[in-house]
Ligand binder design. Sequence first.
Ligand code: HEM
Ligand code: ISQ
Length: 152
Amino acid sequence: MGLSEEQEILVKESWEVLKLDIPHHSLRFFTLILEIAPAAKNMFSFLRDSDEVPQNNPKLKAHAVKVFKMTCESAIQLREKGEVVIPDSSLKHLGSVHLKNGVIPPHFEVVKEALLRTIKEAIGDKWNDEIGSAWGEAYDQLAAAIKNEMKQ
Ligand code: HEM
Ligand code: ISQ
């Protein structure tokens, strides 16, 4: 299912707000993932050797930003072409990184919930259900592509 122009705009506008404080929102996103699924802790290299979420870890920040950015790009593609297209090489890379670290399909729901809650907190009063379903749809289709790659 594609996205409407309105939905694409909603996603882009909230991504602009997230960008204003990447360190905070990245950390919040990651913290929410662990809050929802504490067992995910051991999958992440930047957490394996510590008890607390590192407050200023460049890798954590970079990966979190990439998830936001890729979801935003998926929303644009869903409006433009009605489907999410990820270059083969990067899809293969993402599939193998997640497989190697023990990620399984139900984990994708955890990351979705954490992503939506992070956006909701970031944009505050501007949040509404349309924004949630636009990000949710873009995320679901991006996740489907990665999960499909992990099956091969
Ligand atoms: C790594 C994106 C879902 C756990 C990564 C990386 C990216 C990424 C860009 C860095 C890859 C690299 O090292 O080059 C995404 C996207 C997702 C998604 C776009 C969904 C649409 C998930 C889920 C989990 C997860 C559901 C499980 C809770 C991990 C782990 C790593 C990783 C454990 C390796 C981190 C490390 O130790 O370096 N992900 N991810 N990801 N992701 Fe995801
Ligand atoms: C990797 N994959 C999915 C979500 C993430 C959130 C924060 C840091 C890394 C991540």
